[in-house]
Ligand binder design. Structure first.
Ligand code: 5GP
Ligand code: MN
Length: 349
């Protein structure tokens, strides 16, 4: 049954494939937009699609809402990406000329932060490729599948649906491998299927240098980042009765360890490495934005997507979601811990 299941869900439907083909044959000013604070899957899928479109003879421009971590800045094509925040007028010029917009790895325009307004007022067709829950209805083609490990795996499916398997270059393979790797927690999360492994095997055959990609993403730590990890781990609070663990990092702690973007990536997962813990959170103060940025992770049935949507203005997947709070750290953490009571039966099951 499982093969059939994945075959049905893995593929893009033929009407959508035909529509994307038609749009691509009609339009030439193509923009690709990933979500704000782009992660490996957002950058990998955007660049994978960018290289694929190039293989089809189509040029495109990636515009990211804001900056992303250094450990992603080696991915092939990285130098072509425009940053909406830093290269604002150039980005707006491209968006004004656009006749087709791909949105990758998100499903609500509000996930593009400062770009939301421009995208919201755009009259051109959108194509969404995404694996998060509860997609909004803004695209002419919505390729949405919450069973997918990553948007990169979905871009692979698009390439396959186009019958363009032979066009997968080492660049495309590298981009897609990087995004699948990061979004599956190195092929560990429950969204990792046998199909994911088959796709990844194909990408290696097509030229993705798997060992190098792992090293460039995971083994380029700075001493400051490791010190910050030490502080995060010493701040870890374990609430055994709720099978929950959380970490806080204040702006002061970040500043004292020369925080740069991406340094806290993955810290939240340490909570889940504790035996018996099923729910982990990290609260990171961002004084500039006046918010506490929160990441939630779970194992099993407890939906952090629902939790983040209902209480912390966020969302994501069943086992990985994000959100924010405009309250101070202490107030935010108090609210979080008092909410746990409501969920005690779910957390214990
Ligand atoms: P992270 O905790 O790493 O920022 O995000 C975990 C997952 O939740 C990612 O798939 C990310 O795209 C999604 N996510 C993070 N923040 C938000 C948010 O504010 N809203 C929604 N809908 N999804 C989010
Ligand atoms: Mn993703």
């Amino acid at each position: 049954m499982s093969m059939l299941y994945y075959c049905i869900f893995a593929r893009m439907n033929s009407a959508d494939v035909a529509k994307v083909r038609e749009l691509l044959s009609k339009y030439n000013n193509i923009i690709i937009v990933p979500h704000k604070n782009p992660d490996g899957d957002a950058i990998g899928s955007a660049l994978g699609l960018f290289h694929f479109l190039k293989a089809l003879g189509k040029s495109s421009q990636i515009i990211v809402p804001n900056d992303y971590p250094k450990f992603l800045k080696w991915i092939p094509g990285n130098e072509t990406i425009l940053n909406f925040e830093r290269q604002n007028s150039q980005s707006i010029e491209f968006l004004e000329k656009a006749d087709l917009i791909f949105t990758l790895d998100f499903n609500q325009l509000s996930r593009t932060g400062q770009m939301e307004q421009v995208l919201e007022s755009s009259q051109v067709p959108f194509i969404m490729i995404d694996h998060h829950q509860q997609p909004d209805d803004y695209a002419i083609v919505t390729y949405s599948d919450v069973n997918m490990s990553s948007t990169c795996e979905m871009v692979y499916n698009v390439i396959e649906a186009f019958g363009e398997h032979a066009s997968i270059t080492p660049e495309i393979a590298t981009c897609l491998y990087a995004g699948i790797l990061t979004d599956t927690g190195s092929f560990k999360f429950s969204s990792t299927t046998s199909r994911t492994h088959r796709v990844v095997a194909e990408l290696i055959d097509k030229g993705a240098q798997n060992m190098q990609i792992h090293q460039q993403i995971f083994d380029t730590n700075s001493p400051a980042r490791l010190h910050l990890l030490g502080i995060a781990l010493s701040n870890l609070v374990i609430l055994q009765e709720y099978r929950t663990a959380y970490i806080t990092l204040s702006q002061k702690e970040l500043d004292q360890n020369s925080f740069s973007k991406g340094d806290t990536e993955g810290f939240v997962n340490y909570g889940l490495t504790l035996e018996g813990i099923v729910f982990a959170a990290i609260f990171i103060e961002n004084q500039e934005e006046g918010i506490i940025k929160i990441s939630f992770r779970s194992v099993g049935d407890f939906s952090v997507n629902e939790f983040a949507r209902n209480h912390f203005d966020g969302g994501g997947h069943t086992n990985a979601a994000g959100g924010r709070s405009t309250n101070a750290m202490t107030v935010t953490v108090e609210r979080f811990t008092s909410l746990l009571n409501e969920y005690q039966s779910q957390l214990q099951s």
